[in-house]
Design a binder for this molecule. Sequence first.
Ligand SMILES: Cc1ncc(COP(=O)(O)O)c(C=O)c1O
Ligand SMILES: N[C@@H](CCCC[NH3+])C(=O)O
Length: 436
Amino acid sequence: MSLPFECRDGVLHAEDVPLPAIAAAVGTPAYVYSTAALRTSARAFRAGLAPVPRKHLAFAVKANPNLAVLRLLAEEGYGADIVSAGEMLHALAAGMPASSIIFSGVGKSRRELAAALDAGIGQFNLELEEEGVVLAAMAAARGQRASAVLRVNPDIDAGTHAKISTGRKQNKFGVAIDDAVEIYARLARLDGLALRGVAIHIGSQLLDLDPLELAYSRVGSLVADLRAAGHAITHVDLGGGLGLSYRPGDVVPSPAAYGTMVARATRDWNVTLMFEPGRFVAGEAGVLLTEVLWVKPGAVVPYVIVDAAMNDLARPALYDAFHDFVAVHPTGARMVANIAGPVCESGDTFAMGRDIDAVSAGDLAVFRTAGAYGATMASTYNCRALVPEVLIDGGRFAVVADRIAPEAMLAAQHIPLWMTHDDEYVSDPVSPRRAA
Ligand SMILES: Cc1ncc(COP(=O)(O)O)c(C=O)c1O
Ligand SMILES: N[C@@H](CCCC[NH3+])C(=O)O
């Protein structure tokens, strides 16, 4: 199979569409997603997990909430891992069944819990005991029992960037694994909860399977302890985290290696395993198309100023992340340059002193591996508009920047103007605050 983004006749294509055709149609910057690449990675992840007998795959919506992307993943049999009511609305609008939705998230508001109970989502991942108590009361008051698992923090350094590491004891996520048996016992007594297992997620962009395997062995012991205490453990959510190659030559675990390790580590558990991949499914399926505005002299090497900026692709500024920069019309010539965007911050720099395809003003180029945590993290800083998102399907393409209306997301979250369930907030849509 040909690569989703490859050079043909001297021009970088997205599937069968030359990227200059997209720039001509929608302008730059623009996110460009490949249908074929999305399907390929979604299927590769599932295929890697073939040795796992019972599983549920839930795409981490935070990685790419574009409705066209979610619809495609729904067709591929993926449910959703959500962290807000807004993400729930996206998953439902894309046709993902409510029962396939897992509500993660360290700070779910009561309004969000209510919206998720109303929608009948499949599972709540509890981040602390009090959340379970509140959810149980809300569910019982509605005559419901909420399916839930308890997220534990296994205190493991996943070896990723500190800002996307989630499984060390100093991180805000989950309950300490050593406290889990006691907390579980108290939550299991509550009428409104159908507690059925545990969850972990130790971090994102994981390139080493060893920390994951260690985490699974701790979870395996916990599952045994919980069963010994009389609890029926039927589900374990292993989160997401499988990493991608961002730099040419990076060695990353294959889904098959991951699946083999998972099957080995969990072979005695006898549960349904749940997975929440985001980056692995969407990352390589997208690029950020940009135009070189200027090439100007720098103190050491030239600055390539592109029309994309940190507000469009925040990862380099936030995590010093590497996104490969490739010319749309590569000539074979190279240059060493800094790459920066137009935003008024020195941090709006995609690369310093990097060896890249030689480019000049007016040339098109892409930042690769931008399909996950790209458009979704964009902002309008410097009053820069959100950029179009384009979905390629063979030789066709369409702008698919369809999102849920902001009013609907606000209504599902906390803004009282659209209040439906309780009078917890005063009616001040501008600065909501709790009623006395
Ligand atoms: C609870 C949870 N699940 C899933 C994910 C998705 O992670 P990734 O995109 O690395 O697969 C995240 C993000 O780190 C997360 O916090
Ligand atoms: N936003 C991060 C990933 C965070 C994953 C969510 N816990 C990134 O771009 O790498």
